[in-house]
Design a protein around this ligand. Sequence first.
Ligand code: HSE
Length: 437
Amino acid sequence: MKPINVGLLGIGTVGGGTWTVLTRNQEEITRRAGRPIHIVKVADRDLELAKKLTAGQVAVTDDAFSVVSDPDIDIVVELIGGTTIAKDLVLLAISHGKHVVTANKALLAVHGNEIFAAAQKQGVMVAFEAAVAGGIPIIKAVREGLAANRIEWIAGIINGTTNFILTEMREKGLDFDVALKDAQRLGYAESDPTFDVEGIDAAHKLMILAAIGFGIPMQFDKAYTEGITQLTGDDIRYAEQLGYRVKLLGITKRTDAGIELRVHPTLIPEKRLIANVNGAMNAVLVKGDAVGPTLYYGKGAGAEPTASSVVADLVDVTRMCTADPHQRVPHLAFQPDKLSDLPISPMDEVRTAYYLRLRAKDQPGVLADITRILGDLNISIDAFLQKEPAEGEQEVDIIMLTHITVEKYINQAIIEIELLPTISGKVTRIRLEELNS
Ligand code: HSE
């Protein structure tokens, strides 16, 4: 059968991996797809690199726009990243009637509604398995494998860089800054690590998961995003003493009030499998009403793991491109005219449990004041830990876990506790999720 022709935009880490995997597994992939999938043109700013990697086997250009408008190309693979040029290229490819495969989570989380609407209009596919959790086929699992279910919540470790840093902090007793430097030295973190450590990358991926889990449009601006830069080694140690691990979780949950959409450091009971996902690995826990909790684990980044998802999308698109557009799996899992207008809950209304750490004078009445503030706000304490003052110190660390309450009550409690004359500095607050079914 006639091969399907692919134009590859970007032959860096993931693009290079895609080239390698497609070349190495060509025969097996053809047997799966029903026809050969050939990369016929590669665009990259670094022409020399592109020529070296492709060894003269295909056309190479530094003009990506010439690829998306090439009439011989059936599928454009966008691995450039960012939300500017990548957006123009993807929209242009769609307008030329080409299917698109992309690993670009930022592009989809921010401009997904426009891109999917354009694709719908043109009857082309936009596939994005590689955009969330790298090599883990989580999009396929949620969109198709769990299609019988009403998804209740999704909670994931969907950023490997921060998981690596948190693992280093726990295992080696390091503080954030030192662990970040290690991650940079080992190539896990970028020299500007903002997107990863501030939780933005995880929030992009979470927005995509929420869209396919609940059938809602993209609305990235409503995601609550808090990174790991304020976490201390002390908090990780205290959490451990109480039986918890701290992970940067992306959590999206269906509640009576709407959809929660939040990324923040989270205490998880250490007995949960997901609490034991260490290093740069990713894992996503999905709770469906019929299936119960299901857990997906694997590499969330890297050349070949991410290429695994890109190539799987190429196979999928190849198989589907002869099917009637109306019979294809919808981009966002639900039929485009059946998306839900469920509101995203404001963070103030989110219900969860909390870890609080405060520094207090070691004198009578301090605890009474704190428990009165919490009691007045109907916040119930679940566990409590007070350390002896260090030699020569007058202040102690007090750590409390609360039962589930509403975020606005904890915010109020923190304001009142910080005003007590016996408390010094800020109260540290980390959210806590039991993640039981
Ligand atoms: N920077 C991401 C991570 C990988 O650390 O998981 C690409 O999304």
